[in-house]
Write a protein that binds this ligand. Structure first.
Ligand SMILES: [Zn+2]
Length: 479
């Protein structure tokens, strides 16, 4: 049998030098099928995409007040650069020769979620009972995290974790891995294949935790960080690295100093850690760092605050710390589900906003009890009510989506459905939710409808999740 030749597709002709006669009938069928698939894949990659549905965007005005903008008979256009090129009322039908059309009828098209603080290894320990922060770390968190020294275990968990995030409409996240290099690499690999935008960090600790989780030689953390940074970090891309000291009490001065150097020496890198979650933690920090004037000062001393820094919680914060968070543009990850679960307290949303501190909502899995940002919005609403502050649905949705995306990927500049934004969004089928369908049928305002959705969202409503204009989750499955 002679060589059948090469299959090539140059955009117009296929297989001009392909010798069909050399193949059996079955082989010819197989080859023609693969040619059809290659051709359609290549053609669809060179087409604009038009998505029809009930478009609901969220924006902030110049005073920072969030509001919804809706187009009931709406249309999104995704350009060849995978960015939003049109958002508005449905225009005349696009011809399929020039664009791919997705008609989701009256389903909601909404910007996807951003979760700026969660722990990969803790996903399997949601709902571990009965402790406050420090007891919870010792009793549940550290023993579970030790399991992630097993690469195969970490790989299987990472794939599931990323798939579950995308399935609930979360398309960007800042994630703590375990303190192992291999599990962090596995997590980045899973984010890469799953299309998740992610800021990921290998946890650094060198005291007050089980021996197996400690960074004994600081050079190891430096070496691991540099290797992961070189391999995965891409500015303006989907993946970034974060220097990740767990929190001040588990880090010596030397380790915090190294973290500051890594942050400075690797432009574009992030810093993520915990801050002012409970009073007992603050007292412990004061005893471990007696020269510091307050908790934030520990991080400031080692140059860990700034525009690429995300501090988890920020509940028990002094006036002076608030001012310095604002001055350094350091962001806070607000984790109401976790804070309620551990009884840590309630972050002062109103004051944070008045002080112009950047913050966004986060799950803080596994002390947070849900991976889904709709549930987190509900917990934020209820806990702020206890503080005498009533949040709007637009406040909550913006803090779960565009605010977090802007903290993690400021270089994108456009968010939500603004022209130029990455085409990351979720499609929610109102017909699969009786409460929502009734509200829409009664012509309630979009604020009322979305507020109702916070309490009635179900997984079965998610028809599709798009990242960069490609469907990554559809009909209950990740792609
Ligand atoms: Zn946390």
């Amino acid at each position: 049998m002679t060589d059948p030749g090469l299959i090539r597709y140059d955009g117009s002709n296929i297989a001009n030098n392909f010798h069909w006669s050399c193949l059996s009938y079955d082989a010819v069928v197989k080859v023609s099928r693969s040619i059809t698939r290659i051709k359609s894949e290549m053609e669809s990659k060179s087409k604009r995409k038009i998505v029809y549905g009930h478009v609901v965007d969220v924006k902030r005005d110049k005073h920072g007040t969030a509001f919804f903008k809706e187009f009931r008979q709406g249309e999104l256009e995704i350009g060849l650069d995978h960015k939003i090129s049109y958002c508005g009322l449905r225009r005349t039908d696009c011809q399929s020769e020039v664009c791919d059309v997705y008609d989701f009828k009256d389903s909601l098209l909404m910007p996807s979620f951003s979760d700026i603080h969660l722990h990969f290894p803790q996903y399997e320990m949601i709902g571990s009972h009965g402790e406050d922060l420090l007891g919870w770390l010792n009793r549940y968190t550290f023993p579970i995290e030790m399991k992630y020294s097993d690469l195969k275990y970490a790989q299987s968990k990472a794939k599931q974790f990323v798939g579950d995030l995308v399935s609930v409409g979360t398309t960007s996240a800042a994630i703590y891995s375990s303190s192992h290099f291999e599990s962090t690499n596995a997590l980045l690999d899973a984010c890469n294949s799953g299309g998740l935008r992610a800021v990921v960090g290998q946890v650094a600790m060198n005291r007050h935790a089980p021996d197996a989780l400690l960074t004994k030689d600081l050079h190891d953390y430096e070496k691991h960080f540099s290797e992961l940074f070189r391999k995965w970090h891409v500015d303006d891309g989907r993946l970034k690295l974060a220097v990740t000291p767990r929190f001040a009490p588990t880090c010596s001065d030397d380790l915090l100093n190294l973290c500051g150097q890594l942050l400075k020496g690797n432009p574009g890198a992030f810093l993520q850690t915990h801050f002012a979650e409970t009073q007992a933690e603050i007292d412990w920090v004061q005893s471990l760092f007696p020269k510091s004037r307050d908790y934030l000062d520990v991080y400031e001393t080692y140059d860990l605050c700034g525009v690429n820094s995300i501090l988890g919680h920020g509940i028990h914060v002094t006036k002076s710390e608030m001012e310095r968070l604002n001055q350094t543009r350091t962001a806070i990850a607000h984790c109401p589900s976790s804070n309620l679960f551990l009884g840590s307290g309630v972050m002062n949303w109103k004051q944070m906003r008045e002080q112009n501190i950047r913050f966004a909502l986060s799950t803080d899995i596994g002390a947070g009890t849900s991976i889904c940002m709709w549930d987190i919005m509900g917990d934020a609403y209820k806990s702020q009510k206890l503080m005498g502050h009533t949040l709007t649905a637009a406040d909550l949705f913006a803090a779960s989506s565009i605010d977090g995306a802007e903290i993690l990927f400021p270089e994108y500049q456009s968010f939500g459905f603004d022209v130029g934004a990455r085409a990351d969004f979720q499609v929610l089928n109102a017909r699969k939710n009786r409460f929502l369908e009734e509200r829409l049928g009664r012509n309630e305002s979009i604020d009322e409808v979305i507020f109702g959705l916070i309490w009635s969202w179900t997984q079965s409503m998610v028809d599709a999740v798009f990242i960069d204009g490609d469907i990554r989750f559809e009909s209950g499955k990740c792609k």
